[in-house]
Design a protein around this ligand. Structure first.
Ligand SMILES: C[S@@+](CC[C@H](N)C(=O)[O-])C[C@H]1O[C@@H](n2cnc3c(N)ncnc32)[C@H](O)[C@@H]1O
Length: 280
């Protein structure tokens, strides 16, 4: 896909939309609209639909005056577990004081792909749990009470904490121990070993396989393929971490796995998240 210009974080392209794993949000039907005044800009947007999220970059004061004339959208931080909203949402920005760029449709259910949660600053020993919450929220599915989960690369235990809060059973796998408060939670067990030493063909089936292991994406690809081929897992959530140059080849191989997709979460750093569901 050719990029003709950048507008802040927004890459403009004359080409049709394509899947873009690193994009938090893609504008799928963008159009330029000449607008003679602030009122005309608000009228133009309202004539298309109700809900619009503004992407800040240039001309923000003028944009604020336009926003004030649009229906008020002030999403509250989400209280997990909850599914991503399904309400229709578009995106707009000002390319120039008298020129809107607006897309009535976008790929993310959130304004600019950004999602905030009501955080727990006491229970989890790391903030990594926000990635798991975001992945499940976007996917609109999360472990149910009694379901079985493996959490690879679990220490110090943010993800394990989040899974245990849902009432699921979780075996945490890491060479490092869990924080004691997490290790004591009901439904949590610990295996002090390498995620790569497990042989999926000889493991008990699990409903969910989670991985936040620090490892080369190509190594994780082999691990994930082995779990899928063994038929021992229902769903996978796996972080792909890139140190230095991005391994695009591995990311594309993940995306090509049938039933899988690769996304960049708002709470990911230089990472992607692989989501996979059996039979999907
Ligand atoms: C980013 S941290 C995980 C954070 C965790 N998800 C949380 O929410 O607290 C990465 C973890 O991967 C673990 N790790 C690295 N290599 C591993 C391996 N071969 N097997 C299991 N864990 C590994 C590290 O010990 C570290 O605890």
């Amino acid at each position: 896909m050719a990029v003709s210009a950048w507008h802040g974080l927004l890459a403009l392209s004359p080409d049709p939309p394509v899947p873009a794993a690193w994009a938090l949000n893609s504008w799928t039907a963008p159009r330029e609209i000449p607008v003679a005044s602030i009122g005309a800009a608000a009228d133009a947007l309202r004539a298309i639909q109700r809900n619009w999220g503004y992407l800040p970059f240039d001309h923000n004061s003028r944009a604020a005056l336009i926003t004030a004339r649009l229906p008020h959208l002030a999403p509250k931080p989400l209280r997990f577990p909850c599914a991503a909203p399904t309400s229709h949402l578009g995106a707009w920005t000002l390319l120039a004081p008298d020129r809107l760029l607006a897309s009535p449709t976008q790929t993310s259910p959130f304004i600019n792909g950004e999602v905030a949660f009501v955080e727990d600053r006491v229970g989890p020993p790391s903030r990594a749990y926000l990635k798991l919450w975001e992945a499940c929220t976007l996917w609109r599915v999360w472990p149910k009470p009694g379901e079985t989960c493996l959490d690879l690369g679990a220490a110090p235990g943010g993800w394990t904490w989040a899974i245990a809060q849902l009432g699921a059973r979780v075996a945490a796998v890491d060479k490092a121990p869990l924080a004691p408060g997490v290790a004591r939670l009901p439904g949590v067990s610990m295996r002090l070993e390498s995620a790569f030493s497990l042989d999926p063909a000889h493991e008990a089936p699990v409903d969910w396989l989670f991985s936040d292991v620090i490892a080369y994406p190509s190594r994780l690809l082999t691990l994930v393929r082995a779990w899928i081929e063994a038929g021992r897992v229902g769903r996978i959530v796996c972080t792909l971490k890139f140190q230095g140059a991005t391994d695009h080849e591995a990311a594309e191989s993940f995306a090509a796995i049938p039933g899988g997709r690769v996304v960049h979460l708002f709470h990911n750093k230089h990472e992607l998240t692989f989501l996979w569901a059996k039979g999907k």
